[in-house]
Design a protein around this ligand. Sequence first.
Ligand code: PMP
Length: 443
Amino acid sequence: HLAERDGYAPLNSDFDNFYTRRLKMRINDCFARPITGVPGRYITLLDRKSDDGNYTFKLTGTTTETLNMSSYNYLGFAQSDGPCADASEQAIRKYGISMASPRADAGTSELTLEVEDLIAQFVGKPASMVFSMGFVTNATVFPTLVGKGCLLISDELNHSSIRFGSRLCGSMIRMFKHNDMRDLERILREAISQGQPRTHRPWKKILVVVEGLYSMEGTMCNLPALIELKKKYKYNLFVDEAHSVGAVGPRGRGVCDFFGIDPAEVDVLMGTLTKSFGANGGYLAADKEVIQAMKTQNAAMLFAETPTPSVLVQIASALRIINGDLVPGQGEERLQRLIFNSRYLRLGLKRLGFIVYGHDDSPIIPVMLYNPAKMPAFSHEMLKRKISVVVVGYPATPLVSSRARFCISAAHNKDDLDRMLAACDEVGDLLQLKFSSGVAGGA
Ligand code: PMP
């Protein structure tokens, strides 16, 4: 089916590889399941069937309600009831659905400026700028920060949007082993002693790019060590807080809050508004001069649509709730529930003998399946027990490091987690997934 037709090259060719052909034959349950309703504590899947045993599906007209362990709904703001939804509904009446313009033309509203102030205050930086997508934020920021003659050093497990964006900036790119500070220092030492290729001129700038909390590993960046190295080697530091903002730290303000580090020590804090805030979009927070440069030069600012009014209001309401300004105590309660739930499920899974990756306080819990053939089986067995989980494998992970990834939410309660543990216990035995002795703290 990859043959050319009437002399035209097929456009579908490259991705139809071993992975898609062999595995997607059996993935009815695990990828791109369409849903209906709110992706909150529960998620309703639209049932579908495949006529050809391949990966084209027809909806059957029925639905299945499942416990949702797959959405990034860390603080439970995906829910469509409550103060956030009321305010967003009013915003639609007052401001309409779309800004119908890029930021640089007529796309900056009073709401945009209000949200930018709120985000800057929340993350502890002087200024911030919002974008319509987290992906677009990373895909467009690097050319404004660094360019030719600069060195960008990236953690090897950085998100696809960082890889995508950093390729556009013209800088030399080096990668260091995931979270390995010795490897980072080795690269820095080599790069600084040798200078730019051929000319040996010193680098104009060095930018180190990491994530706060890694979405496939559940690991936290080693921020204290990164700050130490930064002082020694004088690089700029960019931290993508897509999964950590709102989700880690005693006040939910991300990795600086978690490690007790002054946000002034980090040059650029990037984050998404899609996860902890139940909205859409991304942001950058930095010194006023950096944000000012971004606002005049960034391609998304000049050429892309901006976050919509109802989305901006959702972000503002969620931030005010986390800060305790809108509903006193509720932000703190959500943060505490998220931490409790994350630790409870992680510990329970370890006790059962699963190999679980990541930091104890991470709401992302990767459970190792290793063999890619176990991905559809795991997903299918969990669905039989009315629980939806995401399974991840190649190309998001190495082929033999396939895993299930559970996303914890403050919207889950202890009964949900006990139900999850009971299901994992059964499915773990069935698929032989209990690789460790079951001593908590291992792996
Ligand atoms: N950065 C990281 C680390 C991410 O995990 C993601 C998405 N999962 C993004 C950026 C892109 O964000 P968005 O989905 O909001 O576009």
